[in-house]
Write a protein that binds this ligand. Structure first.
Ligand SMILES: [Zn+2]
Length: 45
């Protein structure tokens, strides 16, 4: 991701279990994504 707009915070989703971060999919809530390792919903960072 080399093109970031100024003033736009980088959003990420984080797994509450293993603390691994994943890039947030635009338009998709973190909770609807799951950690492939833990198989649980992610949380917004
Ligand atoms: Zn995890």
């Amino acid at each position: 991701m080399g093109m970031q707009r100024r003033g736009m915070p980088v959003e990420a989703c984080i797994c509450p279990n293993c603390k691994k971060e994943y890039p947030k999919t635009r338009g998709t809530p973190c909770r609807s994504q799951t950690c492939p390792d833990c198989n649980i919903p992610l949380m917004g960072k």
